[in-house]
Design a protein around this ligand. Structure first.
Ligand SMILES: *[C@@H]1O[C@H](CO)[C@@H](O)[C@H](O)[C@H]1NC(C)=O
Ligand SMILES: *[C@@H]1O[C@H](CO)[C@@H](O)[C@H](O)[C@H]1NC(C)=O
Ligand SMILES: *[C@@H]1O[C@H](CO)[C@@H](O)[C@H](O)[C@H]1NC(C)=O
Ligand SMILES: *[C@@H]1O[C@H](CO)[C@@H](O)[C@H](O)[C@H]1NC(C)=O
Ligand SMILES: *[C@@H]1O[C@H](CO)[C@@H](O)[C@H](O)[C@H]1NC(C)=O
Ligand SMILES: *[C@@H]1O[C@H](CO)[C@@H](O)[C@H](O)[C@H]1NC(C)=O
Ligand SMILES: *[C@@H]1O[C@H](CO)[C@@H](O)[C@H](O)[C@H]1NC(C)=O
Length: 404
């Protein structure tokens, strides 16, 4: 069935044709875990799951975060320790130390996602003063859900228009809905292999998120469907010909520069908590006897009184995460007297240079001049440079609005 293409669709195609997105950061191979902050060993204070997020030395020592023989990063829940009533199970939460501006494409390539009753994984992004500054949920689902659910969470004023150019189905269109915009504007992927056992059985897949002034767009491809330009992307990436995304929030109904600061990447796995542990939702795919308000069936049936036998599938296996930006610019936060300030820096994309060797270039300076890399893309076209400068200026204006 054909659907009329809304005006907003044209809006997003045109600028991406102009803008070259240049590799700013790659997390892969032996150095995958460089450039992330781990937890501090304490509980999940944001979504109230029954986990402790280990610090880097503990997570590494207990092999909850490591690079496997295939060169892929494993991030997992403890599936070998006994956990007693009233205790929590160990898990991992990573936050990138870099923030990526409006004008980025984030490519997440995985062969396995965490799933199972009580399991709630997320690959998502947020600003420095969450929940302000916007949030983009790229990979997120709970329990035995069969499909991935994507979402934006913002302050009031950002919406998804009717009939957006997407293949997924809209769950809610007001991105500020819910307390602290907890519900947001979500889109359920149409593809059955976008989560769970089916995702892994298909060899995994790739999510590409275009986050720029034309809107936010998330594509998901199962392994066999990944376009060449994504699989082979090294120095640059171009979303122009990727077709209809799984989820689309065009800027026609959400001013991206107004609602989003630069975003840091977050990768985590919690157990139960505000979404997965919500009794009716939990029971809808995992059953069990619904107790009463003092008994958390999700916790009792999974987290405790076993040696982690429920968690053998509660792991990410990630080939790479790459972020391409219009300017090769990333941002790092500093906190002075309680105020967070993001400062820009020219990207150093070669974090993986001792690993996969898949990157041949070493980036572009902040003014668009190529700094080397044989076969690299060279300087941005004039149109893209102007576009980049414009995005930079408006994005910077947005920081002060949010951070002060
Ligand atoms: C650890 O992180 C939690 C959650 O962010 C925070 O509440 C707590 O203050 C932190 N503790 C330390 C010692 O940094
Ligand atoms: C990490 O956590 C462990 C266990 O709580 C603690 O013993 C260790 O001191 C922590 N390491 C750092 C660097 O904080
Ligand atoms: C809730 O269920 C637990 C376990 O069955 C029971 O011990 C407790 O008395 C119940 N509480 C209420 C308020 O019904
Ligand atoms: C957990 O593992 C320990 C040590 O191997 C074993 O003694 C215990 O019986 C196991 N508990 C359960 C519930 O399987
Ligand atoms: C761009 O940056 C390069 C490297 O820092 C410098 O050599 C060049 O002069 C700059 N070009 C412009 C137009 O600023
Ligand atoms: C970039 O890569 C080229 C070719 O590999 C190399 O000659 C050059 O020194 C590198 N520049 C930087 C800034 O790393
Ligand atoms: C992109 O580079 C231009 C020229 O150096 C700069 O003025 C602008 O702020 C940059 N944009 C971002 C998003 O960093």
């Amino acid at each position: 069935m054909r659907r009329a293409v809304p005006f907003a669709y044209a809006l997003f195609v045109t600028p991406s044709a102009l803008a070259a997105f240049n590799l700013a950061k790659e997390y892969s191979g032996a150095s995958f875990f460089n450039g992330w902050d781990f937890g501090n060993g304490t509980f999940d204070s944001t979504t109230h799951g029954h986990v402790n997020y280990l610090n880097q030395s503990s997570a590494t020592g207990q092999k909850l975060a490591y690079v496997n023989d295939a060169g892929n990063a494993i991030v997992k829940v403890d599936d070998f320790s006994f956990v007693a009533w009233q205790d929590k199970r160990n898990s991992v939460r990573l936050e990138s130390t870099d923030f990526f501006p409006v004008g980025s494409v984030i490519v997440f390539d995985a062969t396995h996602l965490p799933f199972g009753c009580s399991v709630w994984p997320g690959f998502w992004t947020k600003g420095p003063t969450w929940p302000q500054g916007g949030e983009i949920d790229i990979v997120e689902a709970i329990n035995l859900m069969g499909k991935n659910q994507m979402a934006l969470h913002t302050q009031p004023g950002c919406n998804q228009p009717a009939n957006p150019p997407q293949s997924g189905s809209t769950v809610g269109s007001d991105c500020s809905s819910g307390t602290d915009s907890a519900a947001g504007c979500a889109v359920l992927d149409a593809q059955a292999n976008s989560f769970g056992g089916d995702f892994a059985a298909a060899g995994g897949g790739v999510w590409a998120t275009q986050f720029d002034e034309t809107g936010v767009f998330i594509w998901f491809w199962s392994r066999k469907d990944i376009p060449d330009g994504v699989t082979n992307a090294q120095d640059t990436i171009d979303p122009t010909n990727w077709g209809t995304p799984s989820a689309a929030w065009p800027a026609s109904d959400c001013d991206v520069n107004k609602f989003f600061t630069p975003q840091q990447l977050v990768l985590d796995i919690t157990l139960c908590g505000d979404w997965a542990g919500q009794p009716n939702l939990y029971q809808s795919t995992c059953g069990g006897t619904l107790g009463n308000s003092t008994v958390d069936v999700c916790y009792i049936d999974n987290v405790i009184n076993n040696n982690g036998t429920k968690y053998h599938d509660a792991y990410f296996e990630i080939s790479s995460i790459k972020v391409f930006t219009v300017n090769n610019t990333v941002f790092t936060p500093t906190v002075t007297d309680g105020t967070t300030v993001l400062s820009s820096a020219t990207a150093t994309p070669d974090a993986q240079s001792d690993a996969s060797g898949s990157s041949s270039g070493n980036g572009t300076s902040a003014n668009g001049t190529s700094t080397g890399g044989s076969g690299g893309n060279g300087a941005l076209p004039a149109g893209a440079a102007a576009y980049a400068a414009m995005v930079g200026a408006t994005a910077l204006a947005a920081f002060s609005w949010v951070l002060l």
